[in-house]
Design a protein around this ligand. Structure first.
Ligand SMILES: [Cu+2]
Length: 143
């Protein structure tokens, strides 16, 4: 009995620690939010993307893959007003007012932003002015 009591308190301490971690994980905002991905492929001097319903105020990741033999640019004036995070070939740019990213042949860039206005999200390549594309932002109510 005495030896059992001696082992009692550490077990309770471990139990409280476990519950504490569980509650902290439940309250973490990242576990509650949904992430949405947009895939854009650049091939033959044009942007290819698949349209899907997009939610506002949600972590959005745009993956842009350049399959051409030349360098392209993915730029949008949407980034000018939105806090944007661009990762491109190991280089990270972060902030408001970013113009976009140059993507070398065979490389991929990832842009992270949170969209807060519905409408047309237009983008273009500043090197080849004829290259334009857009993603339609539909207003989808959060669940
Ligand atoms: Cu281009």
């Amino acid at each position: 009995m005495i030896s059992y009591r001696q082992f009692g308190p550490p077990r309770i301490g471990l139990w409280i620690l476990t519950v504490g971690i569980f509650i902290a994980a439940s309250l973490s905002p990242s576990s509650a939010q949904i992430q949405q991905d947009i895939h854009v492929t650049i091939q033959d001097y044009s942007f290819h993307t698949t349209q899907m319903p997009l939610q506002l105020h949600t972590d959005t990741f745009i993956y842009i893959k350049n399959l051409d033999e030349v360098r392209h640019d993915f730029g949008s004036n949407m980034f000018l007003h939105t806090l944007t995070h661009i990762e491109n070939d190991g280089v990270v740019a972060y902030g408001k007012g970013l113009e976009g990213a140059y993507i070398d042949p065979g490389k991929e860039a990832v842009i992270h932003l949170i969209l807060d206005k519905p409408g047309r999200f237009q983008f273009e390549c500043s090197i080849h002015k004829d290259m334009k594309g857009e993603i339609l932002l539909l207003t989808v109510d959060a669940v």
